[in-house]
Design a protein around this ligand. Sequence first.
Ligand code: SF4
Length: 215
Amino acid sequence: MENKKNYYLEGEKILQELASLGKKPRLLVHSCCGPCSAYPLTYLFPYFDITIMFNNSNIYPEEEYKRRLNELYFLLDCYKRDFGYDIKVIEVPYDNETYNKTLEPLKDIPEGGLRCFTCYEKRMRQAMEYASENGFDYLTTVMTISRYKNAQKLNEIGEKLSKEYPNVKYFFSDFKKNNGQLKRNELVRKYNLYEQQYCGCIYSYEEMKKRKENA
Ligand code: SF4
């Protein structure tokens, strides 16, 4: 049987090393929404100088995209007020039509398969390109917090990208571990964050509508 890496422990090792350095490296965090960012930001903030990239043109329709982005800004305002976090957001312009040209050929593959792996990589690669060109030390994504996302795959993609862009290290994670999911849910309740009912793309949106009709 394949011996899988424990990416959560890999991330913990990085944090231990950073704690002894006494200086915060620059980390670009790919964020898909407020609820998924809530816990990872509290976990990472003591160790990193964080900037967020919101590049999620997978989200359909545009109103939903705006709602998720606004919720992220709301969360960051709360964190600034409550914890003094000062986190900048880089917004990549929304273009679902172009983005969907990548997903459309994979539309019949169920959620959790190749369509999603392609979608993860597309957004992470764009973030990695930006990180590499703009002097960031590390890249990560908050997506490993989600029970519906494949954390193994996300970390494998991150590892691959850090080999292609050797000036940026990848911060490995499984933010669900060590009660991460529970802490996420507590923060979502505390700040009364809007939680979406589907992952993002038009195919997951249609699947959600079907689920509701059949409920
Ligand atoms: S279900 Fe989510 S991860 Fe999968 S393709 Fe759609 S938006 Fe991307």
